[in-house]
Unconditional design. Structure first.
Length: 276
């Protein structure tokens, strides 16, 4: 009971923990994690990005070397939060990186007691940030469950294509199960349309379908298909530092404003579709 109480007090002290999650790959999940975190940080907020995806793309996308200690050592109890937190080019943005070793963590966690809350317990030692953004793997395994267990809300990036609609329904059902069994306070931050091209009929149709069936969840911000957004990771920079005047940069600045505004009013959508 004491540990649970301390965890609760710690999470209350942290303003907002947002997981960026979708079991479908290639939807702009990592791009969103990097650039949302960077945009919020540039606004003056203290932000921590946690890369819990073994692919480590959020880490390389911010110029972190592959052999840097990170989430694996943290979750295995081999290092504390301060030892695995790295600086970035943006003073108010820090990152706990990932690398391929994290792939084995799910196997090692299987026999651990309270295996879904290992990350949550490790973060009790973390100094306070105003926002924590977690880049989840494109799956719904133990790593993602650990992220969801510590999160206040989930932001769901969704590419504007037909199969994404089917995946969205499945993901929302899974989140309801997580809310019921692991994190009763978990809410949906919103659905973010990514790689949107208004010139294509399919993108417009998918947007209309999401608006029709998931209007309570749909964010106002939309991320366009943008070449500069695709180029930025190879330079180890968020879009704001790589091409600050691009449409991609503008769209993530608008998303950051929307998320910050929502955090002030604490208006999130419950998994039953009502405001909370």
């Amino acid at each position: 009971m004491l540990i649970s109480h301390l965890l609760s007090r710690f999470l209350d002290a942290m303003s907002k923990v947002i997981s960026i999650a979708n079991q479908k790959g290639g939807v702009g999940k990592t791009t969103t994690a990097i650039n949302l975190a960077a945009s919020i940080a540039i606004s003056g907020k203290k932000v921590l990005l946690i890369d819990i995806d073994p692919q480590g793309n959020a880490s390389s996308g911010l110029g972190i070397a592959e052999d840097t200690k990170g989430v694996y050592e943290l979750m295995m109890g081999e290092a504390n939060v301060e030892e695995v937190t790295c600086s970035t080019e943006i003073e108010t943005l820090k990152i706990i990186p990932s690398r391929v070793d994290l792939t084995g963590a799910e196997i090692e966690l299987v026999t651990r007691e309270s295996r879904e809350t290992v990350l949550k317990q490790e973060l009790t030692h973390m100094k306070e940030y105003e926002f924590v953004v977690i880049d989840c793997p494109p799956s719904l395994g133990l790593l993602t469950l650990n992220a969801l267990a510590v999160s206040n809300s989930v932001l769901i990036p969704m590419q504007c294509e037909y199969y994404a609609l089917q995946g969205l329904s499945h993901l929302l059902k899974t989140l309801k199960l997580v809310k019921k069994s692991i994190n009763p306070d978990l809410k949906v931050e919103g659905i973010l349309l990514t790689m949107f091209d208004s010139r294509t009929l399919l993108a417009t149709q998918v947007k209309d379908q999401v608006q029709k069936y998931f209007s309570d969840f749909l964010l106002k911000s939309v991320i366009p298909r943008n070449v500069r957004l695709s180029e930025a990771p190879s330079h180890g920079k968020p879009i704001m530092l790589y091409a600050g005047r691009s449409r991609g940069a503008d769209s993530y600045v608008e998303l950051a404003k929307e998320i910050i505004s929502r955090s002030k009013t604490e208006t999130k959508i419950s998994l039953t579709g009502s405001a909370a």
